[in-house]
Ligand binder design. Structure first.
Ligand code: GLY
Length: 344
């Protein structure tokens, strides 16, 4: 009898515990589903675009004329992107054309205006990604391709591969409608002085002179996301060094389920911390907003001075955090946003 009573008490206790656990479980499940559906029901912008022209030690004492030139360069690229999106152009076309404008502008460290390697040459990296299909293409260490972003796109559409490098990538360029130029086409006086400064200081890399990578992320009217990044890499780089720009999940990423991201800064850190993939994962698996996900990675995972990212999520929300002194950047959307910024 005594034993039976004890078991009875135990049974009542266990039953209570089970009831509480089930109630708690249902509560947690409902809260999570509610959070999910709240986010999925978020109003979606028709289109959104963000661009960058590099992050780094950008002095607030920048002469007015220089600041205006950078702003003009960014505005020109952003204007083109916004107009194309308004007309309904696909995200990938917008990314490619906007990056062309930035690559052709000698102010930025991509295409014309790319930094010099330790040997006094230019080696360019670029990547593009289609958020709808996760198709992607990239090139690394190309020396004679005028617009590396276009070659990256050809890698995506015309080969079964993702990343082509050096001479092989240029051989492939010959089989495509891709403009080749002599390596000296990329020379600019400013970048040559940066190389001289880096070599005189016998510093491997001079942080204040390395930035200027360009990037573009887009949500188009069909709800498709795309991202692209193009760069000359780092001043005084050696031994075929490749940065984060052509590494998918490091410097470039796009996925219609989450967001499109392009990075700028110290490539090694963005590769080590899989920055763009990590932001997308926080958005997807932790239900973070794009602002919270990108802030977390830029300010809690990376170190101050490493750089920044531009992001557009699938709803058209834009985030552009950076942990360096400044980041050349711009954003526009279907609700009338149009801004270009360098510092806060
Ligand atoms: N973020 C550009 C590079 O490190 O090459």
């Amino acid at each position: 009898m005594i034993t039976f009573k004890r078991v009875g008490h135990l049974n009542i206790g266990v039953m209570k515990l089970i009831k509480i656990s089930i109630t708690l479980g249902v509560f947690i499940f409902l809260s999570f589903s509610c959070m999910q559906s709240t986010r999925e029901n978020m109003p979606k912008k028709q289109f959104a675009i963000a661009i960058h022209g590099g992050a780094g030690v950008i002095s607030k004492n920048l002469p007015d004329s220089v600041r205006k030139n950078y702003e003009k360069g960014l505005q020109e690229a952003l204007d083109l992107g916004k107009n194309l999106l308004e007309k309904g152009s696909p995200a990938l076309d917008v990314v490619e054309q906007v990056i062309h404008v930035l690559e052709n502008n000698p102010l930025f460290n991509a295409g014309k205006g790319a930094v010099f390697t330790a040997k006094g040459e230019h080696e360019l990296d670029a990547a593009i990604m289609n958020g709808k299909t996760l198709a992607t293409g990239a090139v690394a260490g190309v020396k004679t391709v005028k617009n590396p972003i276009s070659l990256a796109r050809k890698v995506m559409t015309e080969t079964p591969h993702v990343l082509l490098m050096g001479a092989g990538a240029e051989e492939f360029a010959d089989s495509q409608d891709i403009t080749r130029v002599p390596n000296s086409y990329f020379d600019t006086e400013n970048r040559r002085k940066q190389l001289e400064r880096a070599q005189q200081k016998s510093a491997e890399i001079l942080k204040s002179d390395t930035y200027g990578t360009v990037g573009c992320v887009v949500l188009d009217k069909d709800g498709n996301l795309a991202a692209g990044t193009s760069t000359g890499g780092m001043t005084n780089k050696k031994f075929g060094r490749v940065g984060d720009a052509p590494i998918i999940g490091a410097g470039t990423y796009a996925n219609n389920e989450t967001c499109a991201i392009s990075a700028t800064g110290t490539g090694e850190e963005f590769i080590r911390h899989t920055v763009t993939a990590r932001i997308s994962a926080l958005f997807e698996y932790k239900n973070y907003s794009i602002e919270k996900a990108s802030d977390y990675v830029i300010h809690k995972v990376l170190q101050p001075g490493d750089g920044g990212v531009i992001c557009v999520d699938k709803f058209g929300n834009i985030a552009m955090p950076f942990n360096s002194a400044g980041m050349f950047r711009g954003a526009a959307d279907s609700e009338g946003l149009f801004e270009v910024k360098i510092w806060e």
